[in-house]
Design a protein around this ligand. Structure first.
Ligand code: NAD
Length: 352
């Protein structure tokens, strides 16, 4: 089982190194991202392992399939960067649905606290022996209303942190559920009532640009928006306009819709051409981290463990409990979905 890993950093290689040779696994790490131009590197491999900003579109899948690659193993939860329809019937796709939801939830609160209590400003000031407090006034989180969009694993972990702060939690999800101390409400009510809005839903056709000019208009003046989910949930131009109009009080962004050419790399010596991101970063009330919310030791260990288990399950012809398939995700009449969500190989596949 030869697996080509794309877009790897030192921390990936360290997390996966213990699995080299396990049950015949041979791991090749590439720093480059997977895209139509680099897909050639996967020739001769049985599977590829990719991350959030690798491009796994129809053209890449066509090439991989031609090389005999049989598995795309995502070492992340989201799969919006994979053309699942193009992969169907040709290459199986597996993901890591959960590793440490706490890693992302805690980073979400870290961003909020840093932004609202101006920790990033104070840190720079005191290093220069500037002990002035001017401009550092924040606000109490206690008693404020936080609107949580998407109450899956990360949303729930974030809600429990917010409850610890004594915040009122409003939530919206397309799947109805009950969470103690949380009031589920329509999206418009979250927009209207929230002091802080936190995004924890996946990026789908329904959620692209969920935060846009129209939804921003419905929000409270001074609303704080935090996004640790996927960049394209927010229309960045509209976010920027909302900040310039003083409607948005602060934005905390771990993800950005055009992040794939920038995030995870050092561009400090370069001229960055993305004017929207550059303008956002100049704003005193915007904090950007580069898709870092997942980056804890526990999460990296969990990602490596599940990814290797997914790969071994596939090549040892075991049940693929973490397979993603556009038929299942599309909520249509997929037989596998009807039988048991996520269980077993899809019966509609023309297995080789
Ligand atoms: P999850 O599947 O457990 O939860 C997602 C929730 O969103 C579900 O409850 C689902 O019903 C809900 N949802 C789906 N469509 C929706 C819609 N249109 N409106 C409202 N809710 C909707 O996923 P999770 O593990 O909680 O992860 C959430 C997201 O976080 C992932 O999709 C991924 O994009 C992102 N993520 C980011 C990082 C990071 O490092 N920044 C790391 C991991 C995951």
């Amino acid at each position: 089982m030869k697996i080509a890993f794309f877009d790897t950093k030192e921390y990936d290689r360290q997390a996966f190194a213990p699995y080299e040779g396990k049950a015949g696994l041979r791991l090749q790490f590439y720093e480059t991202k997977l895209c139509p131009d680099t897909a050639e590197l996967a020739r001769g491999f049985d599977g590829v392992c990719v991350f959030v900003n690798d491009c796994v579109n129809a053209a890449v899948i066509e090439k991989l399939s031609g090389f005999g690659v049989r598995l795309i193993a995502l070492r992340c939860a989201g799969y919006n960067n994979v053309d699942l329809a193009a992969a169907f019937g040709r290459i199986h796709v597996v993901r890591v649905p959960a590793y440490s939801p706490h890693a992302v939830a805690e980073h979400t609160m870290a961003l909020l606290l840093c932004s609202i209590r101006r920790i990033h400003k104070a840190y720079i000031r005191t290093r220069d022996f500037n002990f002035s407090l001017r401009g550092l006034t924040g606000f109490d989180f206690y008693g404020k209303t936080v609107g949580v969009i998407g109450t899956g694993k990360i949303g729930k972990a974030f809600i429990s942190i917010c409850k610890g702060f004594g915040m009122q939690v409003l939530a919206y999800d397309i799947v109805l559920s009950k969470i103690e101390g949380v009031r589920f409400a329509p999206l418009d009510e979250l927009f209207r009532e929230s002091d802080i809005l936190s995004l924890h839903c996946p990026l789908t056709a329904d959620t692209v640009h969920l935060i846009n000019r129209e939804s921003i208009e419905k929000m409270k003046k001074g609303v704080v928006i935090v996004n640790t989910s996927r960049g394209a949930l927010i229309d960045s131009e509209d976010l920027l306009a909302g900040i310039k109009e003083r409607k948005i009080g602060a934005a905390c962004l771990d993800v950005y819709e055009e992040e794939s050419d920038l995030f995870f790399e050092d561009f400090s010596g370069h001229i960055v051409n993305d004017d929207t991101l550059a303008r956002l970063i100049t704003m005193p009330n915007v904090i950007v981290t580069s898709h870092q919310a997942f980056l804890t030791e526990e999460a990296l260990r969990g990602i490596a463990e599940t990814t290797v288990a997914n790969i071994l399950d596939f090549f040892q012809k075991q049940e693929l409990s973490n397979e993603v398939c556009y038929r299942c995700s599309g909520h249509d009449s997929c037989q596998k979905k009807q039988e048991k969500d996520g269980a077993g190989p899809c019966p509609d596949w023309p297995e080789k």
